[in-house]
Design a protein around this ligand. Structure first.
Ligand code: HBI
Ligand code: FE
Length: 292
């Protein structure tokens, strides 16, 4: 299906890449006024929500980057700042890329970002990561040295996990940290995961709703836990601070993978006897959906 429209850039035709690493030009000049307007709508409503919800490191990363309301950021300008900060860069891709390609980029400190932006009728939900999710959600966190090294290690570990047959176990760690992670900040919980930082509805749900569980992050526990890709999470996992992610890069995951893959798997909403629970969810959100 060709989803190109009157808009300059749309998700689509991800079938045959022209370059083996799947990168394309961002094509910044091709964004239309409507594309930039969509960015502005998303940027402004999200920026209002994040004080007090996003962790301080997210806010600082955003502050130091050339990201603002008026235009979709130009990757060339983002890269000047990021490269200088810690050697990361953003590369444009047309949408989801194969796992090996994704890992290879991350292992080399290149973050693949969708170049297209969602359509005005799909502001709150889309299946493939677009430039708003990737740039607004991920790039501020990439300015942080701990996240920067953790995501590189994920790229390196991804290739290895795949060879060992443990990719599902590793992907759960990424999902419950980089995408949907919470952390402790003082007495409160804050979000740092890009999937929630870039979501209008879930950035509120993950911290304020009575529905989800908020559970202390433990590596092996998370490796056993399925996640939802089609709706809000039923459980969020909480790390002590971003430096905890750095500690994970020092651990050999293989024995954990083995134990996790052999033992029981957990459903997204499960709470276990030895979990350290910050908030036990009442499950009301997903329950109501099942009944109705
Ligand atoms: N491709 N562009 C893009 N972005 C992702 O987040 C991504 C991907 N390909 C594979 C993938 N994520 C995950 O399935 C792996 O992390 C396992
Ligand atoms: Fe993402």
């Amino acid at each position: 299906m060709n989803t190109s429209t009157k808009h300059g850039l749309a998700a689509g035709d991800v079938g045959r890449p022209e370059r083996p690493d799947w990168t394309i030009d961002q094509g910044w000049e091709h964004y239309t006024a409507e594309d930039h307007a969509t960015w502005k709508t998303l940027f402004e409503r999200q920026t209002k929500l994040l004080p007090g919800r996003a962790c301080d490191e997210f806010v600082e990363g955003m502050r130091d980057l050339p990201i603002g309301p008026d235009q979709i950021p130009d990757f060339r300008r983002l890269n000047e700042v990021l490269m200088q900060r810690n050697g990361w860069q953003i590369v444009a891709v047309p949408g989801l890329v194969p796992d090996e390609v994704f890992f290879e980029h991350l292992a080399n400190r290149r973050f693949p970002s969708g170049n297209f932006i969602r359509q005005p009728h799909e502001l709150d939900y889309l299946e493939e990561p677009d430039v708003f999710h990737d740039v607004f959600g991920h790039v501020p966190m990439l300015m942080n040295p701990a996240i920067a090294d953790f995501i590189q290690a994920y790229g390196q570990g991804g290739l290895r996990a795949q060879q060992l047959g443990y990719l599902p176990q590793l992907a759960r760690v990424y999902w419950y940290t980089v995408e949907f992670g919470l952390l402790q900040q003082g007495d409160a919980l804050r979000l740092y995961g890009a999937g929630i930082a870039s979501s209008f509805t879930e950035s509120q749900f993950c911290l304020e709703s009575a529905s989800p569980n908020r559970i202390r992050f433990e590596l092996e526990r998370v490796m056993r836990t399925h996640y939802r890709i089609d709706d809000f999470q039923e459980s969020y996992f909480v790390i002590r601070d971003l430096d905890e992610l750095l500690e994970f890069t020092q651990i050999d995951f293989e024995p954990l993978y083995q134990r996790a893959a052999q033992g029981t798997e957990h459903q997204p909403g499960d709470v276990l006897a030895d979990d350290r629970v910050f908030a036990r969810g009442d499950g009301s959100y997903h329950l109501a959906k099942r009944i109705n």
